[in-house]
Design a protein around this ligand. Sequence first.
Ligand code: HEC
Length: 723
Amino acid sequence: MRRILPFFLVCAATAAPLRKDTVAEGFNDPMSIAPAPDGDVYVVEREGKLLRIRPSTGGVFEIGNLPVSALRASEPKSDSAVEDGLQGIALDPDFSKNHRLFLYYSVPDQLIDRLSRFELRDGKLDISSEKKLIDIPVQRHDRICHHGGSLQFGPDGLLYLSVGDNTNPFASEGSAPIDNRPDRIPWDAQRSAGNTNDLRGKILRIRPTETGYSIPPNNLFPQGTAKTRPEIYVMGCRNPFRLSIDMKNSTVYWGEVGPDAAKETEKGPAGQDEVNQAKAAGNFGWPFLVGNNKPYPIVDFSTGKPGRMTDPAAPKNTGIRNTGLTDLPPGQSAFIWYPYSESAEFPVMGKGGRNAMAGPVFYHDPNRKINILPKEDDHTLLTYDWVRGKIWKAKLGEGEKLQKLEVLEEGLRHPMDMEMDADGSIWLLDYGSEWWFNNNGKLLHLLPEFTQHSPVISIEPIAGKDRTFTVKSTSGPDNEKLTVTWWLTTGVTERELGSGSTITVPSTEGSELRAVASDGKSPVTVTRISLSKEKVAPELQLKLAGNPASLAFGQPVTFEIKSDTAPDATQTTITARYIPPTGHDAGGPQFSTELTALVTANQCLACHQVDHTSVGPAYLNVSLRYRDRPDALDYLKAKVKSGGSGVWGAVPMPPQIALKDADADTILRSILGLAEGISQSQGALEGSIVLAPKPASAGDGGAWEFTAEAPGFTSSKFRIPAK
Ligand code: HEC
């Protein structure tokens, strides 16, 4: 099955870096973007919000909040609805005139993922305008996940939607989830991705019409074929995450997030992520084939024994929940595929965690304002990876064949969606630093690196004059020619206040003031300040029994938490942290710069933070839990290498096979050291906390810092001298 490709693949990053301007930030789990013809960019957030961004003035407007089923920051421990939410957006090809857009989302209180058309009225999402197009029945229990959820129009007005396999991947050893035992619905992708009569695990292709949609010719199954759905263009997808259509020839590209097996076993090949190319309708294999048509055996989950091997040319679906055809169309190979370890065929893809995404396709056009790549890159597919933080350029040749694959950009955080603007520049959506519950997602504008530098400005209030501001310290290549325009955000729109270096904002208006500086040549610089008064959260009061004047190491201390509105006791955390008398206090446990670089390079930060829970546990909590255990280091090294779940919750850690032994040792020693001098008590409004033992490096003196925290409350913090 494995073959070395007959063309030469370059390994180094050779391209000039792109300019990356942050246009807007502070998004909560932004999922996808759609640039409009007038220069605006629409963003959907997982928990249901629709935002309109106006890059030319820096305006960010929340124009809708669709009720969706979603895991919410307010109830983070739910074991259902994982990955649910508002997934995808596409603007109608005639959006400038009809203000219509298409959204794909998880319907609340119904086991349905839905594609609907909506309209914007008076600049807002009119929820009553909803025209339901496709309802896809889904299951939501037992950590069933994978939504796909990418929506794109092709050049001919056809709409493509990628849909995930709606299957729990965590009980098949990283191989194919094809569990035929009764009551194992969540663990069987034969019912979805491999089922010709089910819309999950597919790329659908329809032609939206005034009243609904019609089926275009040349989908996978002719309309009327028994046991099939006519909307299916591509079947056999696991989590087809971001798709893109070549606007010249309608070739479909998508990233496919592949299964977790770190290496080949008798249950199947090593898991692969895929960048796929469909020039015509086809079966891309999941859950029977992966990568370049590597077959899975049909495993009997009651005995664990592998049975019949899948024939890539004639795959069969004999699953007990299959409602479609048994004989499936022949398997199609991925275009680019890569496992956790370095790929034999595509070493330039690197190694480690993976989450493939694809598109757009670049064509060089001398008549367009911007060409993001040089002429020799005409006809190049851009692909990217959410975990690896890179963009690659895949140069295409005759018949859309891959000619050359190179790294274009690296060091991105979590690229989530990428779209080309009508002017030829690229919009890149950065999901944020974590897997869930981000509030720091960003919209980046990618431009060729030769584009000039923009001016740098800040807004300062003028003392003694109410709501009057000035632009300070301007600098830029053409400083003297700088023009500053002032914009005020009012509700879902904005208003220009005038130009010049100072401005007075009418006292009754506006939530945000922006200064837009332009030198007439380079992209504008936007600086903003908030005018709205923030709501203040209620304060917690932490009291220690007997108001001690000083405290000794290793001693218990009795405490009590109070507040005007009582916090939920189970949500409270009290931390007592020893602060040495000299040296720098970083304000909490921290990794050194070297260690931060090491965990970043090893992609640990995709799922872990030092001091708060993310997808995986906070490293501080790992340290608090294991620091007294003699075999902690060995245990954790083995666990990180092999992955697994159950200690902190149901979410597993994938095996970190790319992690070198020496690095594992350095990282885990540092993690275990994080809790030095720290103790914690959780889930009680009163009780006692035992102070940490004296750190080896501690001298005399120093202080204990006590912090009480609860979600939605202002925390309480104070210090008491150490004895
Ligand atoms: C894709 C997400 C992900 C990545 C990447 C990841 N982890 Fe984890 N990690 C988890 C999850 C989830 C858990 C909880 C597992 C459990 O409950 O048993 C975890 C647990 C841990 C634990 C505690 C283990 C235990 O049994 O208590 C350590 C230590 C750890 N990870 C270190 C690392 C290091 C070091 C890296 C980078 C080399 C890393 N992780 C990368 C998700 C991840």
